[in-house]
Write a protein that binds this ligand. Sequence first.
Ligand SMILES: *Cc1c(COP(=O)(O)O)cnc(C)c1O
Length: 414
Amino acid sequence: MKVNEMIYSKTTLKSQDYIDLETKWCAHNYHPLPVVLTRGQGVWLWDVEDKKYLDMMSAYSAVSHGHCHPKLLATLKEQANRLAMCSRAYYTDVLPLLVKKLCAVTGMDQALPMNTGAEAVETAIKAVRRWGHFSKKIPENKAEIIVMTHNFHGRTSGIISFSSEPEYKIGFGPFLPGFKEVPFGDAVALKSAITPQTCGVLMEPVQGEAGIIVPPKGWLTQVAQICKDHNVLLIVDEVQSGLGRTGKMFACQHENIDPDGMILGKALGGGFLPVSALVGKKHLMEVFTPGSHGSTFGGNPLGAAVALRALELIEEEHLVEKSAELGNYLMTKLKSIQAPCIRDIRGIGLWIGLDFDPSIVSARTICEKLKERGVLSKETHHTVVRLAPPLIITKEELDWGAERIKEVVERCGS
Ligand SMILES: *Cc1c(COP(=O)(O)O)cnc(C)c1O
């Protein structure tokens, strides 16, 4: 069959046909669960055989608003009908409203729009390096950035240069120099790693991909203080932890720290589009001059309109408060499960990691069994199952999911 014929005769194709096609024609840089999705609404997803699933993963937190949020869809359609893309060679009547809103919600002075999280992280790296060379007067090409062990900031060759995961790095060198790694949660190590060449500290306030690692209380405050004392800029990567996921608008607000820059992405696109941004204080953002940095699609009116509405909806629908309340509720439920295969349950807000004893069961096996029962999650590393449902989830929907998780986990040895 020709590809065109296959697309138009979709109804005759089964899940396994799509899996076979993708396996043949798409590079194998992921290991998807064997489910072929065709439709989503709110917290629910449907496969091509019309089986319904509860989304407990939200595309790594990009779908905090739920699938196809009707109000975001209306904004998307309206903007797409008017003007979708024109590049920042010109001004538009949308981007100014988004950047003003981004500054209002973060308490920052200026924003620089990008598309993917990794691009916004790259933007932050360039900004702090330039600040280091121009303002702190670090000799050219000597600026150092301190990062945390087991960080995840994306997949560009620059970013993987300071990853501690061999899997992300093997064969991809040579790597970008100028990064130093200290253990997450260790303020003493951070302090002793700082030199006169240090321009910035880049960190996730809660480590997501590492397995939902919440730092010890007080650490964020210590990091912020150490940075201030040493004239080092603090950049928090809130791509996954931000916009309500942890029960605060931003995870760094759990300790009320005041970073110099914040990186946003994932849920900023409302589950429709890749929209990201570096938002920062004036002293950081003023290093950018015309021509120094850019992105063809960054700040496009379609993405900007959706992101602006996505930010408004987080407030209108009280998603931050819901994340805090329902997160506590789910945590209590999960902690009541009696199962020897669970080593640890940790998390914050609607962002919980179930850590399994690998000598009993792999996180992958748990995800496969959950899928059979209609709950979609995804393992991170080999032992952690991530639970991060859309923040619009109701208590009843969460109960439905928790019940199925309980059934699977209680039988996890068998
Ligand atoms: C996902 C993620 C990124 C990268 O975002 P992409 O859109 O995949 O490039 C960066 N930082 C953190 C903390 C993330 O979780």
